[in-house]
Ligand binder design. Structure first.
Ligand SMILES: Cc1ncc(COP(=O)(O)O)c(C=O)c1O
Length: 401
């Protein structure tokens, strides 16, 4: 049976990771993989996570099953982190949450829920979007389409184009948005732009499906949820896929959740019952450990304060790196304006170089990024910023587009 299968090429990111590992050049720089790195180039376990984990292990008395919906206290803590404790949808009993195996699991659960409600739904994603969105959502069988988003010439948002595209969607369409730290562009909606989108969603009865994988790493914990909180207060239905991989550094523990905000408590209960069935038919129960750690942090004032401080450090490091990198780029490459990188948020930006130039960065300079020229800002550090900027300048000179 298996011999008849086609052998698939390796995933491009995993392939680039392997090439980076095999590269013996001491100057090599990995800007490809989407994980946070500190000044030493490491992806550390947060101190708050270490402490919470010790407490979980000391107090845990059983490894028996939890449930398909997961850890109820974790789910509640994430609802409050996403929506704020006093959100009207929480007060109105319209929010239900299912714990998920990471943000990816949450995205797939959301897609399966949409399919259960209406299998003809089309999910509209930004151009460009994170490659896995297409795989995770399309894998459910739902159709995908694109809407205008990134303005490559300015390294900003084509907001007029986006509004016009969303304004034309058939009633009931699903629109996938990213709450903050847009992957791969770093280009986020401002509060005013979220407000301006609201009437379009109301008029078109569009369903916002909001992916939040970087809460706290853009403008701040509450600031990064502006659009979610606004839409959840003003629209009858919203789906939010949350990941704890980056802001809690829990990547391999597969920790996340899907929030459903429905028009009534009854509708929310129906959606949750479907989600429990969906989870049951895919993986049955989510992994417990990461959620237990998050629950511990959120339920303990000292741990929570420590965690907020650590998220603040990650955020400040990336803002600082963006500014320093742009300074180095302007020094090495004055003919091109890279200032848009300082106006973007989170871990990613697109350098705006072509595939041949990305290849030259890898082969001639040992600097690794994805083929679309997405760089992980956190892969930069004081010791390699100037080197990467000089490499970009040289590649642009030698291989003009
Ligand atoms: C935009 C976006 N959504 C969701 C995720 C989900 O991550 P995970 O499944 O590791 O929690 C990621 C991770 O890179 C992401 O970049």
């Amino acid at each position: 049976m298996f011999d008849s299968l086609d052998r698939l090429p390796p995933d491009p990111i995993l392939g680039s990771m392997a090439a980076y590992r095999a590269d013996a050049d001491p100057a090599k720089v990995d800007l490809g993989v989407g994980v946070y790195r500190d000044e030493r180039g490491e992806t550390p376990i947060l101190a708050a996570v270490k402490r919470a984990e010790a407490s979980v292990l000391a107090h845990q008395t059983t490894k028996s099953y939890v449930s398909s919906i997961g850890n109820a206290q974790f789910n509640r803590a994430l609802e409050e982190l996403t929506l704020g404790v006093e959100h009207p949808a929480l007060a109105g009993g319209q929010v239900r949450t299912i714990q998920a195996p990471g943000g990816c699991g949450a995205l797939r659960l959301g897609a399966e829920l949409i399919k259960a409600a209406d299998a003809r739904s089309v999910v509209h994603v930004s151009t460009p979007t994170w490659a896995n969105h297409t795989a995770l959502i399309g894998g459910s069988g739902l159709k995908l389409a694109n809407y205008v988003y990134y303005d490559a010439a300015r390294g900003g948002l084509n907001f007029e184009g986006m509004m016009a595209a969303l304004g034309k969607l058939p009633s009931g369409s699903v629109v996938l948005l990213q709450a903050c730290c847009h992957n791969p562009t770093g280009v986020d909606l401002t509060d005013a732009q979220w407000r301006a989108l609201l009437p379009i969603f109301k008029r078109g009865a569009l369903l916002p499906f909001i992916d939040m994988a970087y809460q706290g790493l853009g403008r701040g914990i509450a600031e990064d949820t502006f659009g979610i909180r606004l839409f959840a207060a003003e629209l009858p239905e919203v789906l939010v896929a949350v990941s704890c991989s980056k802001n809690f550094g829990l990547y391999r523990e597969r920790t996340g959740a899907l929030h459903v905000i429905a028009a009534s408590a009854g509708a929310a209960d129906k959606a949750l019952s479907q989600l429990a069935r969906i989870a049951r038919t895919i993986y049955s129960m989510p992994p417990d450990h990461g959620a237990a750690i998050v629950q511990e942090i959120m339920g303990n004032d000292a741990l929570r304060t420590e965690w907020l401080g650590e998220v603040g450090v990650m955020r400040a490091r990336m803002t600082g790196l963006r500014n320093e990198f742009v300074q180095q780029l302007s020094a090495s490459c004055p003919q091109r304006d890279f200032a848009c990188i300082t106006r973007q948020f989170g871990m990613f930006s697109l350098l705006g170089i072509n595939t041949a130039q990305v290849h030259a960065m890898r082969v001639a300079h040992h600097v690794y990024m994805t083929d679309d020229s997405r760089i992980n800002i956190a892969g930069l550090r004081a010791g390699n910023l100037a080197y990467v900027a000089r490499a970009v300048a040289q590649v642009l000179r030698e291989r003009a587009q």
